[in-house]
Design a protein around this ligand. Structure first.
Ligand code: CTP
Length: 399
């Protein structure tokens, strides 16, 4: 995913530092070249040795230390980096960066670099809300720093209890780094509606017809589209996933609700991505009470659900992207769907391929375009699949 990318991770002194260990490990797992630099305060929380072991490279702490042979000089890190990520970014370091200070290896590297910088702030709620911090972050945003907003939750100090200021989840930081490493905000101002997950079609209060879709692919698309600057609406069936920040989120249960919501949120002149696995059928009748066992046969009649894509295709005013889950003759069936549902792009996957399909974090897909072009992608993390799809969408919009 990051195979040719050089990522410099700057670590500051905050309790969220334990998540930075996970971040470094995850970046390595995704094949990034990682170098870690720490402020002196950070080394009081975790020794540089930990990050050396996790990143597989020497850690920079003291800008005056003479580097070992073969080692990158501290100042060289600023040229080496494709992306610099500061996690946790403390209020103190944010203030220093806003005023262009260079008093330690982290601040000096940022000041000397042209690489995009991703900040993952972590601090207590009072510091986060302080006008000084708010203004400093505004200054940095104007200089195109990427800010991964902190989350609400339990803070380190017991006295504070719950509040804003917890460092963002590693997943969110990775999405932002990936985005920063690849391109500018290519979908700025584009309205995108994404559907995700499965629908559930109940025939009594506790029983239903559904499928195994987890919503991961749709959520990854929504998160990546938001990172690329789009104005995103996410409509999902039942799922345990947390909706990404900055995305308008609606949860629905069955296909008819999803159709109603898609019609309401139809992105005129924008993009509709139907990643949801919509149930083609629903039980004909719904029993208000739980159906009791009686005899040894229960017959449930199924009737067809509306086809959402086919319905909105009748008054198509946006770019439509569909998904096709096929277990045989994939490309033929998918090309058929592309035509029938008037799609601009269909993303084909086969759940029987190891690492593809339901409830896994990777996917292996082929892209079929309305103009007849076909593109097969390798097995990739779903976030990277999302990025590839959205890049093609951006290209189509730019045409
Ligand atoms: N889709 C939809 N409404 C439905 C069923 C599917 O909008 N009732 C959308 C899906 O979100 C997907 C595309 O149509 O983007 C193809 O879904 P798929 O289930 O593969 O196709 P079907 O038309 O249902 O065909 P089949 O199940 O016979 O393969």
């Amino acid at each position: 995913m990051f195979s040719d990318k050089n990522i410099v991770v700057g670590v500051c002194a905050g309790i969220a530092i334990y998540k930075t260990c996970e971040l470094v490990r995850e970046l390595k797992r995704l094949h990034a070249n990682v170098r870690v630099m720490m402020t002196p305060g950070a080394t009081r929380f975790i020794a540089p040795l930990t990050f050396q072991a996790l990143s597989g490279a020497a850690v920079s702490v003291d800008p005056f230390e003479i580097p070992q042979q073969d080692d990158i000089e501290h100042i060289e890190l600023s040229h080496w980096a494709d992306v610099i990520v500061i996690a946790p970014a403390t209020a103190n370091t944010i203030a220093k960066l806003a005023s262009g200070m260079a008093d330690n290896v982290v601040t000096a590297t940022v000041l000397a670099s042209h690489a995009p910088v991703v900040l993952a702030p972590a601090m207590n709620t009072h510091m986060w809300e302080n006008v000084a911090t708010v203004e400093n972050l505004q200054r940095l945003k104007k200089r195109f720093f990427y800010i991964v907003e902190p989350e609400y939750g339990e803070l380190a100090s017991k006295r504070e209890g719950q509040g804003m200021g917890r460092m963002a989840r590693v997943e969110r930081i990775i999405t932002q780094i990936l985005y920063a490493a690849t391109q500018p905000k290519r979908l700025a101002g584009v309205k995108i509606t994404v559907t995700a997950g499965r629908t559930e079609e109940y025939f009594d209060p506790v029983r239903m017809l559904t499928n195994r879709a987890s919503g991961r692919m749709g959520f990854a698309l929504a998160e990546m589209a938001a990172a690329m600057g789009a104005d995103v609406t996410l409509i999902s069936g039942p799922t345990d996933l947390t909706p990404p920040d900055g995305v308008q989120y609606f949860q629905v249960v069955h296909a008819r609700q999803m159709l109603e919501m898609v019609e309401k949120q139809y992105p005129e002149n924008g993009v509709l991505v139907m990643a949801a696995a919509v149930s083609d059928f629903r039980p004909e009748r719904f029993s208000q009470n739980k159906i009791k066992k009686s005899g040894n046969r229960l017959q449930v009649n199924l009737v067809p659900n509306p086809d959402i894509l086919a319905t909105v295709a009748k008054r198509k005013q946006a770019l439509h992207v569909g998904f096709a889950l096929e277990t045989d003759d994939e490309l033929k069936h998918a090309r058929d769907k592309l035509k029938r549902k008037k799609l601009d792009l269909i993303v084909v996957n086969n759940p029987n391929i190891p690492g593809a399909g339901f409830a896994v974090s990777t996917n292996k897909v082929t892209l079929l375009f309305a103009d007849g072009k076909t593109e097969e992608l390798p097995l990739l993390d779903k976030r990277l699949v999302a990025l590839e799809i959205l890049q093609r969408v951006a290209e189509m919009l730019e045409r």
